[in-house]
Structure formats: structure tokens, C-alpha cells
Design a protein. Structure first.
Length: 197
């Protein structure tokens, strides 16, 4: 549904890209299911790192968002933290190959660094800011600076390459305790500021 809304607003490139990604994923799952599962494990590590950052630094990642989106961002990040080991645990039972896991992370990392500009540039172009200096002057440090979204979690990222790694080696469940309490009380839409601190 959100892609329909974005398409109506002129962001049709996302719909095409998602169809291409979906077809590629289905083919990958069919031809190489263990490698596809290892890729899922690697991508789940990325989403867990980003969720961790969101709760660790909500002033940067949540507070600037539109009020209507804050509860969704918090819910999605909490959900990523809660299930961050599910794919990993399944992979360990089904295959558990360390080499396949590492190769999957290398390819997932390259894919992420290729996908970000591939997905962002059409959006920036549509908004008329793709060729503005300010976009890049602020955007590159946001992603790759000292505290950048993609560079700050480096220590969490590199742990994945340890042979004995498990996602719960990064104990961050405490970050979502307030969220879980407010969510279970049914007050997420009215008490977002209590979570943000």
C-alpha cells in the first residue's frame, strides 16, 4: 500500500526496484536456499544494528521524524531487536557453515553499499535535491561520518565475522524495555515521548 501512495506522488522507481528485488530474491531462494538463508542472517544483522542505534540515539533517528511515523519507527526497531537471532538460530540448525555465513555478509555488505545510492538517487532527483551541494555535504557524514548511521555500529558489525558469534552477544534488550511496557499497556500512540526520554 505504501508503494501505491509513493507511486501516486511520482516515486514510481521504488515500485520497479522492489519488483526487481522480489524476483531476484525468489530465484535466489529457489536456486540456493542455504545461501539465501545465510544472506537473510547477514541482513538481519544489519537491521539489528540499525535498530540498536535508533534506540541508543533517538534524538538523531526518531525525534526528527514526523509525529505520525515515530510510533511505527519505534515499533519496527523493537521488533528487529526482539527477533534478531531467529534467522541465525534457524541457519545454525539447517547448515551452520561459518564460511557461507561470512561470504553472505561480505556480499550483503557490498549489496547494501550499492543499494543505498541506487535507491536514494531517484528519490533525491524527484525531490530536486540530487545535485545540491547541501544534500551531499550533510548526507555523506550522516551515513559515513564519525557517528554515521553506517560507521557508528562498526564494532557490532565486525563481531559477525567471529566464528563463535551469536546475535545476542550484543545485549540490547534493555533498550526496548520502556517501549515494551508502553506497547503492552496499549499507549504507544500517546506516550511516544516517554520512550524517547
Amino acid at each position: 500500500k505504501h508503494l501505491d501512495i509513493l507511486s501516486k506522488q511520482g516515486y514510481s522507481s521504488l515500485e520497479r526496484e522492489n519488483r526487481l528485488i522480489d524476483r531476484g530474491s525468489k530465484l535466489f531462494n529457489k536456486l540456493a536456499p542455504k545461501a539465501a538463508l545465510a544472506a537473510t542472517v547477514a541482513l538481519e544483522h544489519f537491521t539489528a544494528m540499525l535498530a540498536h542505534q535508533m534506540y541508543e540515539d533517538p534524538a538523531t533517528y526518531v525525534t526528527p521524524a514526523h509525529e505520525d511515523f515515530k510510533p511505527m519507527f519505534l515499533w519496527h526497531a523493537a521488533e528487529e531487536i526482539e527477533h534478531k537471532s531467529v534467522a541465525f538460530d534457524v541457519y545454525q540448525q539447517v547448515d551452520g557453515s561459518y564460511g557461507r555465513r561470512v561470504i553472505a555478509m561480505v556480499f550483503a555488505t557490498m549489496g547494501m553499499f550499492l543499494m543505498i545510492p541506487f535507491r536514494m538517487f531517484p528519490l533525491l532527483l524527484k525531490d530536486g535535491i540530487a545535485f545540491k551541494w547541501k544534500t551531499w555535504r550533510e548526507g555523506i557524514p550522516f551515513l559515513f561520518g564519525k557517528n554515521g548511521k553506517l560507521t557508528k555500529p562498526w564494532r557490532h558489525y565486525i563481531q559477525f565475522y567471529r566464528r563463535d558469534f551469536h546475535p545476542w552477544d550484543v545485549q540490547d534488550f534493555h533498550l526496548i524495555e520502556d517501549f515494551r511496557r508502553i506497547y503492552e499497556e496499549g499507549k504507544l500512540l500517546t506516550n511516544v515521548d516517554d520512550i524517547l526520554g
